[in-house]
Design a protein around this ligand. Sequence first.
Ligand code: C6P
Length: 408
Amino acid sequence: MDYPIDTIRDDFPILSAKTDSGAPMVYLDNAATSQKPSVVVDAIRTYYEETNANVHRGMHHLAEKATAEFEGAREAIAAFVGAPDARSVIFTRGTTESINLVAQAWGRKFLKAGDEVVLSIMEHHSNIVPWQMLAQASGVRLKYIPMLDDGSLDLEAYRALLQGPVKLVSVTHVSNALGTVNPIAEIISLAHEAGARILIDSAQGIPHGPVDVTALDADFLAFSAHKMCGPTGFGVLYGKEALLEVMDPFLGGGEMIHTVGLESSTWADLPYKFEAGTPNIAGAIVTRTAIAYLQGIGFDAIEKQVHDVTDYAVKALSRVEGLTLHGNPPERGGALAFNMEGLHPHDISQIINEEGIAIRAGHVCCQPLMERLGRPAIARASFYFYNTVEEVDRLVASLDTVKKIFRI
Ligand code: C6P
């Protein structure tokens, strides 16, 4: 069966929007956040119209309904990532909070001065700054896996780094800037052979294909719902139950306690020990809807469409004179980074916006990677399963306009 691109695009009314200049919009900023299908938007409305109540607290009809849907979402998300038990699925505000949770609740307790945490040069700031904060407080040392010129991680250098006193490796599954898909199965098993724990930042991975944390033997895995058709402000930390059990809480407050006295408290069981305060109830429930929507299309079909459109874009952009496409990794997800000689990426983004094309320009929260590329900023086009090769043609045509305006 042909890929039903028209039906899929109809699921996203925003894709037919026009920009302020009246141009039909081409949304190529999916690595920042994906668009939401009507079924997800409707689920938000339905939740607030038919279910809204706080969870785990009340004994009335709505409280029980909200709690059942909320915990049902946890079960569904656990099954989606291959977690052996829903207790190991912690709800957070997103990838950033998930990583901070591990850095504070695991790192502060189990790492000491002189221990090493290995990151990579292509990490998003969310997977650098929390470790720097930990390092400053505890004397832990940070080491970075370098990158080869093709945009892939230098695995030989990684093996060498693992000879040190490494206690944790924390790396991205897919680069949000270059689109590099890292060989996480190999990265995980090398970390384990060296006796280190591993965290995978799958913010850009899981939206494009499911991940099985059990098969991968990941210790921790973080992702955000908003990059996979779900709502903003909701995300997940998966952690092996044995690790989560011995960690101290991250935030203190309601719901995460078992008993509270005037001087001290005891902690609730998993996963609630890490979920202080009223959670994003709608976020969890609607993320389940988003996952079901993606599964309805099929991740094989999603991956193929993103791959085909990205491949087409790589070829088309390579033909644009004066354009440098960064990296050519063996496996690439749906993001491409480029520069045009003599132009700041912000100028590119602003001018093509006049023609309706939405991309991101800047350091894309990866300043160490920008340093490695020798550029202060990049232009980034990022694709999802509702993008088309015709949209890539419009991107390329709009770059011609940029060249004409700047006479290059
Ligand atoms: N990257 C981008 O435009 P949050 O903001 O917590 O949902 O996700 C943070 C994050 C962590 N890791 C990676 C690999 C990411 O790509 C992101 C978010 C967006 O590239 C917004 S900066």
